[in-house]
Design a protein around this ligand. Structure first.
Ligand SMILES: Nc1ncnc2c1ncn2[C@@H]1O[C@H](COP(=O)(O)OP(=O)(O)OP(=O)(O)O)[C@@H](O)[C@H]1O
Ligand SMILES: [Mg+2]
Length: 322
């Protein structure tokens, strides 16, 4: 069980510094006894449409969005309100957009023209990208918060909590035993494989975008997810995602640091041999082709230099003696 109170060395997952975890005060019992807060402007349309009943509290304000705890009927959920494009940071960089297509060609053309209508379409595409990825990954067997739709730029999803009713901490706030780190790393590699089989690379996977509940890791924050087949940066993003995860779990289980899961996965993916239940080894033998190309280039260079020397010798032999 996840020890939110830092109970002792036998717990396999423990909060590093409970007092520093801002949502520690956000036990659901406390939230429920809170008086609902003033409804943020962007959530008003959802209340008017009856999708949300109350806003209980603000959970987090990140770089890209503000997250609230809301009540929808008898369910407590989470509402992620995206910041406007101008206030967002790196995730809308061009490399993430590559290979993304509008839902129809008129939209696609508008998005490319960057007119006011085009920018609005682009915003909508950004908002929908996360909810689409959540539905896709949920179906593919990756643990993500269950999505409940995206309305006017507000994503409604499951609030991930521990069994004690605390909002789940992020992985960077959790200390793992070696065994737990090995187990969770294996689970995480399985999720990355399933994502890739579903055609997606997270693109910003790190210990800050993984929550941990009593059953293990839950992946969040997917608006920038890239299309594995259509984006030329997909391979490098996959490597970065996997290496971030391995480096974090490797803090508790250093033997992970010698593994090469990203290379293994990508090679299988390219060969069309990756499937969701595959057992990876973490071992990958680098193809020697690049080394061969290097040695061919060296040989060409040597032959070229030899020829230059030969020409120089001929020239100096032809020159009349001084
Ligand atoms: N479904 C959820 N359940 C519980 N907590 C959540 C959930 N979704 C998000 N959070 C909390 O809100 C924080 C911000 O969410 P998220 O990472 O999706 O947004 P963000 O603005 O893109 O963040 P950042 O730019 O800081 O990575 C998370 O770090 C997490 O603590
Ligand atoms: Mg985040």
């Amino acid at each position: 069980m996840l020890s939110v109170l830092g109970l002792g060395p036998l717990e396999s997952r423990e909060l590093i510094n409970p007092s520093a975890w801002p949502t520690m005060q956000c036990s659901l019992n406390l939230v429920l006894s809170d008086r609902p807060m003033k409804i943020p402007k962007r959530i008003i349309p959802l209340v008017e449409d009856g999708v949300v009943d109350e806003v209980l509290r603000q959970l987090m304000s990140g770089k890209e969005a503000t997250v609230y705890v809301v009540r929808c009927g008898s369910e407590i959920r989470c509402a992620k309100v995206y910041k406007e494009a101008a206030k967002r940071s790196f995730k809308q960089a061009v490399e993430y957009q590559e290979g993304r297509k509008g839902r129809n060609s008129r939209r696609q053309r508008a998005m490319e023209k960057r007119s006011k209508y085009g920018r609005k379409q682009q915003e909508e595409a950004w908002h929908n990208a996360e909810v689409d990825a959540l539905y896709k990954l949920d179906r593919a067997g990756v643990r993500v918060p269950t999505p409940y739709g995206c309305f006017d730029g507000v994503l409604l999803m499951e609030l991930v909590t521990t069994e004690d009713g605390e909002v789940a901490p992020r992985l960077n706030d959790v200390l793992l035993t070696r065994e737990q780190a090995l187990e969770d790393h294996e689970v995480m590699m399985g999720y990355v494989v399933k994502m890739l089989c579903a055609g997606l690379v997270h693109g910003d996977l790190s210990e800050f975008n993984v929550l941990v509940d009593d059953y293990g890791p839950v992946i969040i924050d997917l608006p920038q997810a890239v299309d594995a087949a259509a984006n030329n940066h997909a391979k490098s993003m996959l490597e970065r995602d996997v290496n971030n995860m391995t480096a974090y779990y490797g803090l508790s289980a250093p033997e992970l640091l010698n593994t090469q899961f990203a290379k293994e996965m990508w090679a299988l993916y390219e060969e069309g041999e990756l499937h969701p239940e595959i057992q990876l080894t973490g071992y990958f033998e680098d193809d020697q082709t690049s080394a061969d190309v290097d040695s061919v280039l060296l040989e060409i260079k040597a032959a070229f230099e030899e020829e230059e020397e030969r020409q120089a010798r001929i020239r100096s032999a032809d020159e009349p003696d001084a």
